[in-house]
Design a protein around this ligand. Structure first.
Ligand SMILES: [Zn+2]
Ligand SMILES: [Zn+2]
Length: 128
């Protein structure tokens, strides 16, 4: 592997991490009246296929911390589901159009909140 290739891979990893951090920041701080509000709640979706529970946590509980606690290798943080007690809860988005709850698209930040059910994206609408 030459240096050029190594450079490209490390840039790719860095960009991926930035995208994930940006999405989490947008999702956690967007809800409510704008601006950080530690008492606002954040929607979470349990990724356990046997569970699929939708629950809420306080923004202060899901805000990214300096120290890394939990989260898988991809850098996506997970939270304990109150229903199945697995660390399978992930920050989710509720579609303001059809009410569907889904996980943000970490691969493409420009459509991170596009609803897989009806295709509505508040981010897309506000950036037109
Ligand atoms: Zn669960
Ligand atoms: Zn929808």
């Amino acid at each position: 592997m030459d240096d050029e290739m190594k450079k490209k891979i490390s840039i790719g990893i860095a960009v991926g991490c930035i995208a994930i951090a940006a999405v989490i920041t947008i999702v956690t701080y967007r809800s409510g009246t704008g601006g950080p509000n530690p008492n606002a709640s954040v929607m979470l979706l349990c990724t356990n296929p046997q569970c699929g529970n939708i629950f809420e946590l306080k923004q202060s509980d899901v805000a990214p911390k300096e120290t890394s606690d939990g989260g898988d290798a991809a850098g996506i943080r997970t939270f304990k589901c109150p229903k199945c007690n697995q660390m399978s809860g992930q920050i989710a988005i509720k579609c303001s159009k059809c009410g569907n709850v889904f996980l943000p698209n970490y691969k493409d930040i420009t459509i991170y909140d596009k609803c897989p059910k009806c295709g509505y994206s508040a981010y897309e609408q506000s950036n037109k």
